[in-house]
Design a binder for this molecule. Structure first.
Ligand code: SF4
Length: 311
């Protein structure tokens, strides 16, 4: 690792009263220079708590937008504006407005992986860690549109036993994960535990077989909960079904354990766009900045506040 870059980043952070937040899927070098690492909800909460004037958000565009909405007086820098999200791109605001017109009175619950415009048209926002609680908070008699992840939607529908209208969107990384891969790895590591993110395409099938076989070693968890579980469990072999970046933190917390990604190529090209050079450049130039227009920000904040408060 280039020590000059590390020193420059560290000095600029002090001079500019800046803080670096990094998502769990960032490359290891970026995670290692971050002041805080977490999932979408954890980073949104952290952005609000911080007193610093500048936040360098090492994640993707919708996350920086969320931080901008929650902290309108802070400068939110995203080191690469092209760091987007295939899941957020699976619905646009015109499509949502059309659905709402056809379903007056329905409640729209949107994953945090959506654009600010979508959040502004939503009643609630959620993350994978509080999706079930959010649905349970909606009155029983209300029709619900759950968007945009169809695999997470199927999981939440099963957990809450509520009928949901589920948008047919997906994340290209999690959609590629199959139950077959889990099954093969479990044959290779029969004493393993499996940590599965509910955005994965393999989720429904894995849940079906885990219930059918009363398999207690298969866990469906948000990213942060996966990390906590990996630390707490006594199992030495852990099969990980989500973006592989999360394994960096898991290994740091439990260096004696063996972490096996279900697919080594399960990496998010958008998350990996953030590099140390780009972080340094963002700090030096105080751009690119992500700033959400006030009218959208005010509307989106109501849905985001509900997400942050319903832990
Ligand atoms: S892993 Fe998927 S959901 Fe997460 S940022 Fe990348 S494309 Fe979006």
């Amino acid at each position: 690792m280039d020590l000059n870059i590390l020193n420059e980043i560290s000095n600029l952070k002090k001079i500019k009263n800046a803080v670096i937040l990094a998502h769990n899927y960032q490359i290891p070098e970026v995670q290692d220079i971050a002041d805080f690492i977490g999932d979408s909800l954890g980073l949104a909460r952290k952005a609000v708590e911080l007193e610093s004037e500048i936040i360098v958000f090492c994640g993707v565009h919708f996350m920086a937008e969320t931080a901008s909405i929650l902290c309108p007086n802070k400068k939110i820098l995203l080191p690469d504006l092209d760091a987007g999200c295939s899941l957020a791109d699976s619905i646009n605001v015109e499509q949502l407005k059309e659905w709402k017109k056809k379903n007056p009175g329905a409640v729209v619950v949107s994953y945090v992986n959506t654009t600010a415009e979508i959040k502004a048209e939503s009643d609630y926002c959620f993350t994978s860690s509080n999706a079930v609680k959010i649905i349970e908070a909606v009155p029983e008699n209300k029709k619900i549109l759950f968007l945009p992840d169809m695999f997470l939607g199927a999981y939440v529908q099963k957990k809450t036993k509520r009928k949901l209208d589920i948008w047919p969107g997906e994340c290209h990384v999690h959609a590629a994960m199959t139950y077959e891969e889990i099954k093969n790895l479990r044959d290779d590591f029969p004493d393993s535990e499996v940590l599965i993110h509910p955005e994965c395409a393999c989720g429904s099938e894995a849940m079906y077989y885990s219930e059918k076989n009363n398999d207690k070693e298969m866990h469906f968890l948000s990213t942060e909960a996966m990390i906590n579980k990996s630390k707490e469990t006594d199992s030495k072999n852990l099969i990980v079904a989500t973006e592989t970046g999360v394994i960096h933190k898991m290994k740091k917390l439990s260096p004696d354990k063996n972490f096996i990604p279900i697919n080594r190529s399960a990496t998010c090209k958008y998350m990996k766009m953030i590099t140390l050079d780009k972080v340094l450049s963002a700090l030096k130039n105080e751009r690119p900045e992500v700033k959400v227009a006030k009218d959208i920000s005010v509307k989106a904040k109501t849905a985001i506040d509900r997400m942050v408060s319903i832990g």
